[in-house]
Design a protein. Structure first.
Length: 579
């Protein structure tokens, strides 16, 4: 019997496992040889001694027999740990990824001296919960429990060495520690490797902080997940340009059973894919590959769920409010500097500046640390609107944000996104409104926005007043009232403009916030995902809503009227506003 030439079929594999165990019982020299073979060859150890459990099928306990892609992946994880580099994995659901990463960690815990590891997930209940096989530690315990006693560490005690969120090897001095997502994740000591399970679902600030913190305690971080949106930390790692992290995609087309009968469509013609390797290759080339298994999954899942759990599609996964495919068409403009104050701004670039009032005229003073981003300078015959979102102004709090848009083109002209008190925000909005030809200005009037709207109005700015039917009030209210009626309407309008590619958002921060603006799974309410911000999203949506209410209108006898501010007020008053 050639020990290394083990069968891969279910019956043959079980028979060979039994033969090896029987020989090990009666032959101590053979047993030591098997232990050494397991130590040097993780594939032999997994295929001959590891099991998996799935309560959805019968029998629920099965020998883990590797498919070719799984053997390759086990070696990839082992190599990343041995050579100490980061390796990210995005995957389709039910590809065995969590089991495989844990097998590698358990193998090193079992056979290497002093190999400490840390495994984590977004919540503690997913890291360790007794008798719940979906948790990381129950998988580890199950793996160890299924091993023969003679393979366990010397003096190993289940009661003493397998405790909550901890596994200890008393013979090798190795420890596996569990931890849930937090901003100091992994900072408790050095680790041979750290598993970050379902990393796309970690809250934004915790994911960023954990990734930063773990860089100092290990050379090998293993973020693993199905995708959930295009802008979380996991998506950035897997789709970015950082050459320091390796990337592996385990798509369902690699799985022999899931990919059986794979095909793609050429018009109305179904083209069968003969070789399994071709199915995965075509998927990588952007071909929409299907199979009978996939067709069943497509019937039972929503489009978003299919994208997340099956397709590894970052743009359609999660619960994005905005069309992420359309957002990829939005170009983030880059920072630039004009050669001189009289120059225009090059298309595709923005400048930063301050606005100051000199002799009753607002001037633009370009500065690297300016509080205003300017994408286009004001133009004659154009009309502008400003949407605003006021924050409290605390040093580590949210930012006061404003967006200026052209009523005619719907394009972003300028933005504010800085921490400042509500009173100062009102003063800057006044300068901004004057600079953009007495732009109609609509800051939100809730909470701290009340102060901004009051001060802006008292300073004589061209302020938007919410109508009674918009504000749930019997009188006009200063500023924009965000209500159960206006909030969906303004967000829907901004979504329509983005989907139809009718607007250029331009500002990198607006585009980034739109990508992390999602429909809350519990409430269904559109809002920023986790700890991301949405202040610019709201300011932009207010602009789009106001423009729909008060669209561009060419003023009559424009050349005879010098007081542009009076013209603006007259036009908006005719549209039903009060100023």
């Amino acid at each position: 019997m050639d020990i290394r030439d083990y069968p891969k079929d279910y019956t043959g594999n079980l028979r060979r496992r039994g033969e090896i165990l029987k020989l090990c019982e009666n032959d101590l020299e053979f047993r030591e040889g098997i232990k050494e073979l397991c130590r040097v060859d993780i594939l032999f150890w997994v295929n001959m001694f590891c099991w998996t459990k799935d309560t959805r099928v019968k029998p629920s306990e099965l020998p883990f027999i590797c498919y070719p892609y799984q053997e390759g992946y086990l070696k990839d994880i082992e190599k990343a740990i041995d050579e100490q580099y980061d390796l990210g994995t995005d995957k389709s659901r039910d590809m065995g990824v969590s089991w495989m990463v844990l097998y590698v960690i358990a193998h090193k815990w079992l056979f290497e001296q002093g190999a400490d590891f840390r495994v984590g997930s977004r919540k503690e209940e997913f890291v360790d919960k007794p008798k719940v096989m979906d948790t990381l530690f129950e998988k580890l315990r199950y793996c160890i429990d299924k091993l023969p006693d003679w393979m366990l560490p010397k003096d190993y005690s289940w009661s003493e060495d397998s405790t909550y969120m901890k596994l200890y090897n008393p013979e090798g001095g190795c420890t596996i520690i569990g931890e849930s997502a937090n901003e100091d994740f992994g900072s408790g000591g050095r680790s041979r490797a750290i598993l970050l399970d379902e990393f796309s679902k970690w809250e934004g600030n915790k994911a960023d902080a954990a990734w930063t913190a773990t860089a100092d305690v290990t050379g090998c971080r293993l973020p693993v997940s199905t995708p959930k949106g295009a802008s979380n930390k996991f998506a950035q790692l897997m789709n970015g340009t950082d050459e320091k992290i390796g990337r592996i995609s385990l798509h369902w087309t690699l799985h022999p059973k899931k990919a059986a009968g794979a095909y793609y469509m050429e018009g109305s013609k179904k083209v069968l894919i003969k070789a399994l390797a071709d199915a995965n290759r075509l998927w990588k080339e952007g071909i929409k590959v299907r199979s009978p298994w996939y067709d069943v999954e497509a019937e039972r899942r929503t489009e978003s769920d299919l994208a997340q759990e099956v397709d590894i599609d970052y743009l359609k996964s999660g619960n994005p409010f905005y069309d992420l495919v359309a957002l990829t068409l939005q170009k983030s403009w880059e920072y630039g500097v004009r050669p001189n104050p009289a120059s225009g701004i090059q298309y595709g670039h923005y400048i930063t500046a301050n606005l100051v009032e000199v002799n009753h005229k607002v001037k633009l003073m370009e500065r690297p640390d300016g509080w205003l981003r300017v994408f286009e300078l004001p133009k004659p015959e154009r009309q502008y609107v400003i949407g605003g979102d006021t924050a409290e102004g605390l040093p580590k709090g949210d930012k006061c944000s404003a967006v200026v848009k052209d009523k005619w083109t719907l394009n972003t002209q300028a933005t504010i996104n800085k921490i400042m008190p509500p009173e100062e925000f009102a003063e800057k909005l006044l300068l901004l409104s004057k600079y953009y030809d007495e732009a109609l200005t609509a800051p939100e009037n809730n909470n701290h926005g009340y102060t901004t709207c009051k001060d802006f109005n008292e300073l004589g700015g061209n302020l938007y007043f919410s109508r009674p039917e918009q504000s749930k009030s019997i009188v006009m209210k200063r500023g924009f009232s965000t209500t159960t009626q206006t909030r969906p309407a303004m967000l829907d309008q901004s979504a329509h403009n983005i989907t139809k590619n009718a607007t250029e958002l331009r500002d990198p921060d607006i585009i980034a916030q739109c990508k992390t603006f999602v429909c809350n799974e519990a409430s269904g309410k559109p809002e920023a995902e986790g700890d991301f911000h949405d202040d610019l999203v709201i300011a932009n949506a207010i602009c789009d809503y106001i423009i729909k209410l008060v669209p561009y209108k060419a003023p009559a006898n424009r050349k005879r009227i010098k007081d542009v501010g009076r013209v603006r007020r007259a036009e908006n008053a005719n549209a039903g506003m009060k100023f």
